[in-house]
Design a protein around this ligand. Structure first.
Ligand code: B16
Ligand code: MG
Length: 217
């Protein structure tokens, strides 16, 4: 039986994926990498420095910058991203997510955040939902990013639950793979997430009943 839920943040709770996209797009223009939908999608759930490497590689620029210059580029992207985050309000919570958090809380489920973003505490503060979470997995303490299972394994540990009592919610392929490899139930939002155990087209469709319905099919 499920006892805990681990939430991805960007693209699941908040529409910050478009902010990351906007800030990376600016960076791609700067280094001369063409911005495509495929490139944008490949960055979802991927850490800041790994995202930068993917953008440089996509334009054949991986050897054009020193490590120091790469850190400066990533910092510039993050400064732009943080400016956008500071405009967030509770109205930017994705459809259905506040209700779902309320439903989980009312039914005494454990709730933790499993975001690859170092800005996650800031984002949930601006969305005014920090109180729902009993823990936030610190991505700075992880050795491997999504799709490695580490972040979702840590999430289960934070809740003191075995993997088979935990569900993870994700909008990205890398994240769904991470949940599956951690041995947890994967709940995917959006298209192209064939590997998710439970699938919803939109965040607005999620509820405990809808999840149980798909699990019994
Ligand atoms: P930061 P998630 C991920 O968050 C984003 O999807 C990804 O686009 C971003 O690069 C990554 O966090 C790192 O974010 O630069 O703020 O540390 O989807 O795992 O909640
Ligand atoms: Mg995400």
């Amino acid at each position: 039986d499920l006892k805990g839920f681990a939430f991805d943040l960007d693209g699941v709770i908040a529409d910050t994926a478009r902010f990351h996209g906007q800030a990376w797009h600016q960076l791609a223009d700067k280094v001369g990498t063409p911005w495509t939908k495929e490139l944008a999608d490949s960055l979802k759930g991927v850490s800041r420095m790994d995202s930068l490497e993917l953008i440089l590689k996509a334009g054949g620029h991986e050897n054009d910058y020193s490590q120091e210059e790469k850190v400066a580029l990533a910092t510039e992207k993050n400064d732009n991203y943080v400016k956008l985050v500071e405009t967030l309000t509770p109205a930017d919570i994705l459809p259905g997510m506040k209700d779902f958090l309320d439903e989980l809380k009312a039914n005494h489920y454990h709730i933790v955040l499993a975001s690859a973003s170092k800005n996650a505490p800031k984002v949930i503060k601006y969305l005014q939902i920090a109180d729902y979470f009993e823990g936030i997995v610190d991505p700075a303490k992880l050795t491997h990013g999504k799709p490695d299972p580490e972040i979702y394994t840590e999430a289960a540990k934070t809740m003191n639950l075995p993997a088979n009592q935990v569900a993870g919610l994700e909008d990205a392929q890398a994240g769904v793979e991470s949940i599956n490899r951690a041995g947890e139930l994967s709940i995917g939002f959006g298209a192209n997430l064939q590997d998710a155990d439970v699938k919803f087209n939109s965040t607005g469709d999620v509820s405990l009943a809808a999840i149980k319905q798909q699990m019994s099919e």
